[in-house]
Design a protein around this ligand. Structure first.
Ligand code: CA
Ligand code: CA
Length: 300
């Protein structure tokens, strides 16, 4: 059943999609809110409830160990990577310079993720939108849930038989998953996290707030860790459309100078539950199963 919700003054319409059977069971625990950018553009976020989760991985690269228990306050995270459509609102409102890839046709469709942004630009975007960059711990919980699973969907790999769960690079065969470059955000419903978040693996590699510390997991504080106090590099998570599976799984960490953009780097934003409860952001009434993807937006 489709129910059309039209918000006065809103620039897009959000469909509330009630689906049946297996899919409805899968998403029944997912809680979402819809907020507006300052320009009115609506964006959906998924709730990651407060509580503990298992962060890190023992049997991988040293900077991912040890597995340790982390307690986080509740937050909402963008259901999708920041799209070019969203970023265009930011550019128009602020006069910021567009990224270098902005005019390249393989990357600049409205529903593709914004790419080639440095850490400062993504941080500025999130703050303009009334949100903030996720901490590395928030990003990892949103991607892997509470049970230490390897990837958002479980422990299976990116590809199983003919099912692809992310947009990545199958060891040189970039288009095996259907996309040679970046994919429209939300193109891999079989790759969603336990909280309903899309594309945490692959597509755009995502900036998070923290400085990179190779040994930070061995000394991380248990409640709401925010990374080392200072550093040279900012953390990137999730791998990208350009990355081999070696660099695209739930606990993989990498980092880059925050001044440097790259053609496979974008991000997404979060809002603390406390910020929403304090009424500090414009929340559209009601929970919806909306999306910024144009193809499921329908005007009657
Ligand atoms: Ca691909
Ligand atoms: Ca991603």
């Amino acid at each position: 059943m489709l129910k059309l919700v039209q918000e006065k003054g809103a620039r897009i319409l959000v469909l509330v999609v009630l689906v049946s059977g297996i899919i409805s069971e899968q998403i029944s625990a997912i809680e979402e809110i819809t907020v507006r950018l300052p320009t009115g553009f609506q964006v959906v976020l998924c709730l990651v409830p407060e509580g503990p989760f298992l962060m890190g991985r023992e049997d991988s690269i040293a900077d991912q160990a040890p597995v340790h228990n982390v307690e986080l306050d509740g937050f909402y995270i963008d259901k999708f990577e920041v799209s070019n459509a969203q970023y265009a609102e930011f550019l128009a409102a602020t006069g910021y310079h567009p990224p270098h890839l902005w005019h390249q046709e393989n990357y600049n469709a409205p529903e593709q993720p914004v790419l080639d942004v440095n850490w400062f630009e993504m941080k500025q975007f999130c703050e303009w939108a009334g949100k903030r960059l996720p901490t590395e711990a928030e990003w990892e919980k949103a991607a892997r849930g509470t049970d230490g699973r390897l990837n958002p969907w479980g422990n299976q790999s990116l590809k199983e038989d003919d099912i692809y769960r992310a947009n990545y690079n199958e060891f040189g065969d970039r288009d095996a998953d259907g996309f040679t470059f970046s994919a429209p955000v939300g193109s891999f419903p079989k790759g969603i996290s336990p909280y309903g978040v899309y594309d945490m693996i692959g597509n755009a590699k995502e900036w998070v707030a923290d400085w990179y510390g190779a040994d930070y997991y061995s000394q991380s504080i248990e409640a709401n860790p925010a990374g080392p106090d200072n550093g040279q590099l900012k953390v990137l998570r999730g791998g990208s459309w350009f990355d081999f599976p070696t660099y695209a799984y739930g606990s993989y960490r990498t980092a880059l100078n925050p001044d440097l953009p790259d053609g496979d780097i974008g991000g997404r934003c979060v809002i603390s539950v406390a910020t929403v409860k304090a009424g500090l952001i414009s929340v559209v009434e009601g929970t919806s199963w909306g999306t910024v993807k144009q193809e499921i937006i329908e005007v009657k």
